[in-house]
Design a protein around this ligand. Sequence first.
Ligand SMILES: Cc1cc2nc3c(=O)[nH]c(=O)nc-3n(C[C@H](O)[C@H](O)[C@H](O)COP(=O)(O)OP(=O)(O)OC[C@H]3O[C@@H](n4cnc5c(N)ncnc54)[C@H](O)[C@@H]3O)c2cc1C
Length: 540
Amino acid sequence: MEDINSKVDEEVNVVTRTEMLRQLDSLQEWDVIVIGGGATGLGIAMDAASRRYRTLLVEQADFAKGTSSKATKLVHGGVRYMAQGDLGLVREACYERGLLLKNAPHITKNELFVIPNYTWLDHIKYTIGLKFYDFLAGRLSLGTSKYISKQETLEALPTIKSEGLKGGVTYHDGQFDDARLALNIAQTAIEHGACVLNYMKVTGFIKSNNQKVVGVEMKDVETNRIFRAMGKTIINATGVYVDSIIQMDRPEASNMIRPSKGVHITIDRSFLPGEHALMIPQTSDGRVLFAVPWHNKLIVGTTDTLYDKAELEPEAVEDDIAFILETAGAYLTRKPRRSDVEAVFAGLRPLAAPRGEGAKTKEISRSHKIMVAKSGLITITGGKWTTFRKMAQDTLQKAIEVGSIHSSKCITARLPIHGFQESVDRQNPLHFYGSDLEKLNQLIMANPEWAEPLVEGYPFNRAQVVWAVRFEYARKVEDVLARRFRLLLLNASAAIAVAPEIARIMAQELGRDSWWVQKELDDFRALAQAYRGNPILETA
Ligand SMILES: Cc1cc2nc3c(=O)[nH]c(=O)nc-3n(C[C@H](O)[C@H](O)[C@H](O)COP(=O)(O)OP(=O)(O)OC[C@H]3O[C@@H](n4cnc5c(N)ncnc54)[C@H](O)[C@@H]3O)c2cc1C
């Protein structure tokens, strides 16, 4: 067994966190230092490393711990932004959508969305609107939109209300697993030579005599050890935290971000069986609402409300949950109730603060913005998960223009992302491992006792926990359950129930003691309670 185990380790050829800490100690100066390991920062690290810049990325928690694991899971042009007239953003996002589905087919898919129409006016409006959406996608279109009859709409979405239904429109967009894609982007960056560290928090800047930012000070959150790294270009890609980083450079700078919270709930697939997603184009607060099949559950959302502060785990309140249940319930024959909610998760959009009386967050452009401070610090904010690649390209282009790094060509438009596989067997519940699946299976063959499922009804086993620690940089129980397995977002109670076993396996792998196990369990339970949405269970 030992031999096959070490053979698997050799074949996977992972650069460990310890090895990357050594790199951090030994390299004198990096070309690019990225602060923030969400979609934006990781995209920049992948781009920079693949252009052969010496690249360091540091993330204060786990990769995608912030907004980047709480998305609606759409790789999309944004039908809503088209209605707002933001055609440049839609065209760009449709193009990026096409590239991402080609570069990461194991973790993305082409999804058919159905809009049910209950008035003839809507029927005409959405049929024409979506033709324009097809047109904007150009040659990277995922398929054309179609007008469908009432009968066809009910066949596509068997559980939606038929009363008053006139017909529907179908269109194509992409769908993905956000946190796992973030991990795969980190792995791609590492494979191109980047040093990418989770649990490393930037605490301050190092400045030259002429007040240029020339390095960062960081703290290893696990050991409290302080590190310093010098860099030619320093990029602030910290999402809703960009202001706190800007203020490390310029304490007097005013806040430019006003976070906006988006909440999702997870319910059973039986509320909307079948393969297609439901899109509700006009909620009572003027937004769109999606009900999307995901890992054999249905996720429904989202909301859009201003939030006071930057937080990694913003709180979903009962009003958010009630709004989603009510809106979805108005379209479904079986209304989901509060007790049907298996998980609740919330993320913050890093939006530019709305200006002017009565300005609403949903009206603020989602385009990204890049700013260069006098100190040379580059900040990128806004954008979408879907456009992370273009955001990275634009950020590095800006760094080249201001002369902080030499010119080099971007190659990410056709760069396969870790796990890439030409053909994907989507019937296999573990297909999202992509090309890693074969090696994961070898690990199971070497340790057949690890094959047994850990949670009834979900495809997770012990080998995957070991895999997450050895090859996917998981450091905490939460990393495995929230972002490697996604179970916390699928069913928070199931995640709480399996946490002790996950902690036990991780402690063995990481060489931790019983104190660590207890602390991990306390931390995880406190977090997971919030994902249950502090339920007030219905008795009816
Ligand atoms: C509810 C919701 C739904 C969405 N749905 C979609 C969707 O379906 N499709 C789509 O394309 N887009 C979607 N988006 C947008 C998309 O999720 C975001 O644009 C994207 O995830 C932002 O990524 P980011 O890297 O900029 O921010 P984040 O993911 O928040 O990453 C910033 C990181 O910086 C780290 N950090 C902060 N301070 C420090 C420090 N001092 N040192 C080190 N690290 C630090 C944080 O820990 C965090 O991990 C959605 C957004 C929301 C809120």
